[in-house]
Write a protein that binds this ligand. Structure first.
Ligand code: SAJ
Length: 442
């Protein structure tokens, strides 16, 4: 099947890279976003998100003449929905006294409705947004059939989960295997023909609900694995063990791969998607629910660690390094680092934050420093929350010359006790019992 034109709805972290990639591979792409500021930014040739390599592909796409932008769709051969599926902020579900979060499907619903006036016989509609199982069949198809056309007969529908890792999206988009779940085998085949435009990995056809479940299973598995790493970090502190060394040794086993503890799980995927299973079947998801709770509680353990290092936090000045949800990205959504900062402030600490990937970030209740040195100059403690490469590479003597602070708390196993110790610092690490006494500031 040959597709020449595609309308991509949602120009965020997934939609924009995907749309740009289709455009440089010869399709005429209309990028649609309901936010006029996003559309204006892109029309000026500028970009509203940070993702390595995206700027280059976007520029090539625009220069090719294949990529234009609008706030409303137009007729096309393919409609691809890449709208966000966060959870609802103001409403929770409950089962047996346990509360759980609920998916907010409004963006997917309205993107699907926006396609309706343009849907024609022979079209392909693809949902990429991570969605609760059966969304394609039970939410998307009924909306599209309001057109009077019959899904699977007059037009094709498939679910193809995005599986790319933020920070490596441009490469993974092309190289990763693609799962295409059709509402009929013909729909899956149409999806295969579309993605074959640029995917170099395998393209595997299945049904829509299996594809939805596969996507949530992947992210849930990662969440559960991180939860156990976080629990190991708590146990290691209790038993006087260095969790990082213990994990390194355990991972020498050929069938063990423990992930890394840290300040918690953030982002718009792993901390959200497991709730889709819990919401759909709370009676069957005890482990998944508890893993979510373990990861959500991890910022509290970081605060305990800071208290062990600095004593009572009232009026203590803390420099918090890193607010992004993970290393080397500028995305602050659902970031555990911001939760840690809020909890420290509740304890009375005065926190200055430095985020090199988003120095201009403005968030309620968060004080941003103008640069790293402004954050640390008068600190009592320096708290490392994100393993950004530039924090890894900091020079201990250089830092020592800019602040009198000599107490470091590393939550991500970035800094070396010996190297920083030689520069006069006492380094406390998450998952390692605090051995060293509090130093006095010189
Ligand atoms: N994290 C840890 N310890 C680890 C690994 C991660 O605490 O060992 C934390 C990170 O710091 C971050 C969170 O988990 O706060 C999630 O980061 P991540 O790198 O694990 O994943 P995401 O959310 O950036 O991307 C995931 C990926 N899914 C899987 O690896 C199974 C990606 O492939 C998906 O496309 C993406 O979710 C998505 O969009 O669903």
């Amino acid at each position: 099947m040959n597709f020449n034109t595609i309308c991509v709805l949602g120009l965020g972290y997934i939609g924009l890279p995907t749309a740009s990639t289709f455009a440089i591979h010869g399709l005429k792409v209309l990028g649609v976003d309901i936010n006029p500021r996003v559309v204006e930014t892109l029309q000026r040739g500028e970009i509203h998100i940070h993702e390595p390599g995206l700027r280059d592909v976007l520029t090539r796409a625009i220069r090719s003449g294949n990529f234009t932008f609008s706030t409303t769709p137009e007729p096309a051969d393919v409609f691809l929905i890449a709208a966000p599926t966060p959870f609802q902020e103001n409403k929770q579900g409950e089962y047996n006294g346990q509360k759980f979060k609920l998916a907010d499907m409004r963006a997917v619903t309205s993107a699907t409705e926006a396609i309706l006036p343009y849907l024609r016989k022979g079209n392909l509609v693809v949902l990429e947004s991570t969605s609760p199982p059966r969304t394609t069949r039970d939410l998307v198809v009924p909306i599209l059939e309001r057109s009077g056309l019959k899904a699977g007969i007059d037009f094709f529908v498939c679910y193809s989960p995005e599986r790319v890792l933020p920070g490596q999206i441009m490469r993974e988009l092309i190289e990763n295997d693609r799962i295409i779940g059709g509402i009929t085998p013909e729909s899956a085949r149409a999806g295969r023909d579309l993605y074959a435009t640029f995917v170099k990995g395998r393209i595997i056809e299945t049904d829509a609900t299996t594809a939805e479940m596969v996507k949530i299973m992947e992210n849930t598995t990662r969440d559960v694995n991180i939860a156990i790493a976080n629990e190991f970090s708590r146990l290691a502190e209790k038993f006087g063990v260095d969790v990082w060394e213990a994990i390194r040794l355990a991972n020498l086993h050929p069938r063990i791969n423990i992930l890394s503890p840290g300040p918690g799980v953030g982002g718009h995927c792993i901390s959200v998607d497991p709730w889709f299973f819990v919401e759909a079947a709370p009676e069957l998801t005890e482990l998944i629910l508890h893993a979510r709770r373990v990861n959500d509680a991890q910022p509290h353990f970081v605060v305990e660690k800071v208290k062990q290092a600095l004593g009572p936090l009232q009026q203590k000045k803390i420099a918090a390094l890193g607010l992004a949800y993970k290393p080397d990205v500028d995305d602050l959504r659902e970031s555990p680092a911001t939760k840690v900062v809020h909890l420290l402030q509740i304890e009375g600490a005065i926190v200055k934050c430095w985020e090199p990937f988003k120095p201009e970030a403005r968030m309620d209740g968060i004080t941003m420093a103008t640069d790293l040195f402004a954050a640390i100059e008068d600190a009592d403690g320096i708290l490392l929350l994100v393993k950004h490469t530039e924090f890894n590479d900091l020079n201990p003597d250089g830092i020592a010359s800019k602040t009198k602070c000599r107490v470091l708390i590393d939550c991500v196993n970035s800094w070396d006790v010996k190297t920083w110790g030689e520069a006069g610092f006492v380094l406390h690490r998450l998952g390692v019992p605090n051995a060293s006494p509090l130093p006095t500031n010189p």
